[in-house]
Write a protein that binds this ligand. Structure first.
Ligand code: PMT
Length: 398
């Protein structure tokens, strides 16, 4: 149930922090990937070394590493997570969560997180029973935060009552129940292929022709399709990106490799999104030794590669096929040409004339064009663009 889930374990300054060690261990044992964020006070209760060893990753406390200035991005952490689990959660942190105070990395991550959030309160019985704390818990629950109720028993103060953080095994069960209660996903049972990244066309064993695609756009689409329950095969050129959760990646190098993999996988697919920047030309001959330079200019003869999207479009049947158009001029006319020629259901136009659009960055600005017209979208994160594209796919298949 927790296999492959991305969980941020937030630890705040409570005596119950010692239980976070066992909790972390159990999460890892269940197959979850865990990143630990500690509030500065939490470090007084349990050592970062313990948590780093158990989670297998350095723990995060500060907004940046004071040694080298490396930034700990709360936005990326919030996007990475499937769940932010704060255990133990003190009355102080709960109060800050309700009011939006963001004075440490854990709280900024909470405000950025799009994932499920669960808290396991831990505090003295009077603090727990206090109207303010109860009101804060109610507010958080109304906003969708899962509250993992504390137990009753002897507390660190020596008093007996409700406020003990739930035991790690019980928290794990509740975390599993939260994931199990996820809504049935809209694309369960559907199979998609997505091409992403740049192809590499070798000239000789040393040199090659490629382009600026990083794969970010295609990976975001693959991730979004998988998030909605689809089975996704990501046919990927070279990138530095990790494989999105729940996605099967097929690594390819050249346009020819990408063509072969795409045509092969197309037979079993319900649809495809062609996001890769595929070379249109490849060297006619690949030298088997490094080409030696001379005083003369060098001409490299190129031949056309096969158009993957066009090939899939010709064998589309009932499947859904989405293409991209990366343009620098005559944008809409070129995109419409691609829509027709490649027999696409819709084409996603991105223009290098738009700031923040296209290659490499984390944002894109797209216009979706189909036989009914055009929908222009503002500049958005590639993750949001992916959601827009997958929404459109869902409309097409409905
Ligand atoms: O990877 P990023 O850094 O995030 O950048 C994202 C992106 C800019 C690469 C992406 O948004 C994008 O525009 N991808 C398509 C790039 C491209 O090659 O566009 P095109 O207009 O040349 O091709 C049109 C369509 O045909 C595309 O769907 C392309 O994948 C496909 N094609 C092209 C050539 C070919 N031989 N086979 C193809 O399938």
């Amino acid at each position: 149930m927790l296999n492959g889930k991305h969980i941020i374990l937030g630890i705040t300054g409570s005596i119950a922090a010692y239980k976070a060690a066992m909790l972390c261990r159990l999460l890892v044992k269940e197959g979850a990937e865990v990143r630990v964020i500690m509030t500065p006070l939490a470090k007084q209760f349990i050592t970062p070394l313990t948590m780093a060893t158990l989670s297998k990753h350095p723990i995060l406390v500060e907004f940046f590493n004071p040694e080298n200035g490396e930034w700990n991005s709360h936005v990326s952490l919030g996007e990475w997570a499937d769940m932010l689990l704060i255990a133990p959660a003190t009355a102080n942190t709960l109060a800050k969560m309700t009011t939006g105070i963001a004075d440490n990395l854990l709280l900024t991550t909470y405000l950025s997180a799009r994932s499920k959030v669960a808290v396991a309160p831990a505090m003295d019985l009077d603090m727990y029973a206090h109207i303010t704390t109860q009101q804060n818990l109610k507010t958080l629950a109304q906003r969708g935060v899962a509250i993992i109720e504390p137990g009753a028993g002897e507390l660190a103060s020596g008093l007996v009552g409700k406020g003990r953080m739930a035991e790690p095994e019980e928290i794990i069960e509740q975390v599993k129940a939260i994931f199990a209660a996820e809504k049935p996903q809209s694309l369960t049972g559907k199979r998609y292929i997505v091409t992403a990244g740049a192809t590499i066309e070798p000239i000789d064993p040393v040199r090659y022709i490629t382009n600026h695609s990083t794969g970010k756009m295609g990976y975001a689409i693959a991730e979004e399709l998988a998030r909605r329950g689809a089975e996704v095969k990501l046919i990927s050129g070279r990138t530095n990106l990790p494989v999105p959760q729940g996605v099967k990646r097929i690594d390819v190098v050249t346009a020819e490799d990408m063509y072969n993999a795409s045509v092969r996988e197309w037979t079993e697919a319900d649809g495809g999104v062609m996001c890769a920047a595929v070379a249109d030309y490849t060297p006619m001959y690949v030298a088997d030794r490094k080409l030696k330079k001379s005083d003369d200019d060098l001409k490299i003869e190129l031949r056309r590669t096969k158009d993957i999207a066009k090939e899939l479009g010709e064998n589309k049947g009932q499947r859904t096929l989405v293409g991209f158009a990366l343009e620098t001029d005559n944008e809409e006319a070129n995109a419409e040409g691609k829509l027709q020629r490649k027999n696409l259901d819709f084409v996603v136009l991105n223009s290098l004339r738009d700031k923040g659009a296209g290659f490499a960055g984390d944002t894109n600005k797209i216009t979706i064009i189909d036989s009914n017209g055009r929908e222009e979208h503002p500049l958005m994160s590639k993750r949001d663009v992916a959601a827009v594209i997958v929404d459109k796919i869902e409309k097409v298949i409905r």
